[in-house]
Design a protein around this ligand. Sequence first.
Ligand SMILES: Nc1ncnc2c1ncn2[C@@H]1O[C@H](COP(=O)(O)OP(=O)(O)OP(=O)(O)O)[C@@H](O)[C@H]1O
Length: 376
Amino acid sequence: MGSVQVKNLVKKYDKAIALKGVDLDIKEGEFYALLGPSGCGKTTTMRCIAGFETPTSGEILIGDKVVNNVPANRRNCGMVFQSYALFPHYNVFENVAYSLTIRDLYSGSLGQRIKTFGRLMSKRLGKPTKEIEKKVQDALDYVELGHLADRGVNELSGGQQQRVALARALVMEPSVLLMDEPLSNLDKKLRNTMRTTIRKIQQDLKITTIFVTHDQEEAMSMADHVAVMRDGEIVQMATPTELYSNPKDPFVADFVGSSNIYKGQVLKKNEKGNTVVKITDEIVLESETHTDKSEVEVLVRPEGIEIIREASTPKTENVVEAKVKVSTYLGPTIRYDIELDGMDVMVEEEFQPNTALYKEGDIIKVHLPSERVLLI
Ligand SMILES: Nc1ncnc2c1ncn2[C@@H]1O[C@H](COP(=O)(O)OP(=O)(O)OP(=O)(O)O)[C@@H](O)[C@H]1O
């Protein structure tokens, strides 16, 4: 039973209120990302679920059991941290076996427990049981490190160390996997590989996973659902596509992907049923978003704006003249910083080898399709 529910979770410290009433409802097998800027309360939420922090108020359920008073080691949560937190004097195998061995401290006869304690105190794990050996080997194979079981952890790369940490969490067969910025110490290429590895393992094992990150790309590419947090609260919780296409407010829009956001004044509905919104005297746009408000924020994603070239099909609405300020080649795309009646606007266009790049000072025409002009 790996579902997780968090109800009106509040955590106050002496000088800060870290959580102001967080609610989460995570079904068994789902992958949730907690996304938000530094200090918004992601880690505190996770530490409360893990049992490392005591909430000031609110309820936490794992499965159908309220766990507020259950100690961390009885919550059956596997943890993976940014810092790996491996034991430097143990090799790969021993690091993964450790949690299983330590579990023996709480079970078995008094004699067995004393023996386990003695082994741990002498910093040797001794000969593991056949069962532990198999479980550890399986966990290492899962993270593709089976061949490095005898290596010292200091002789591993960062990515390999994080795989050991993941194996150590998985070997306990936790009902919930909690990961706190696990990829932040890795370089970009390795981060991408690890994203795929983690996602694949999560889907294979169907393990309920909560993943803390401040990296929107990471959250959007891995999770089934993303909870965006700000100042100790969840601002919006949605699937990645919903979050990107329908951000609830400018904070979410800006945090999840790049965006152009302007203040606008709603003028009327036109004959097509579109909302007409004025941004400047010169820039009046149609939007397919319906709203009852008279003052709105107008959001257009950079890739939602189309530069009109001679070969483009004629457009009937939302065509505006613009001046190119900067063009930046980004590999698969070109980013243009342009000016529209005094407003700075970002446009991102797919790079086509045969298309000439615009340069500073060029006057161009851009089309902002009404379905890409969002009113929030
Ligand atoms: N032990 C503590 N004592 C006092 N204040 C704390 C403590 N832990 C966290 N806080 C405060 O609670 C708030 C939330 O912190 P938290 O670590 O949960 O944020 P976060 O979103 O995980 O940030 P980051 O991405 O930087 O790790 C911050 O204002 C932080 O300073």
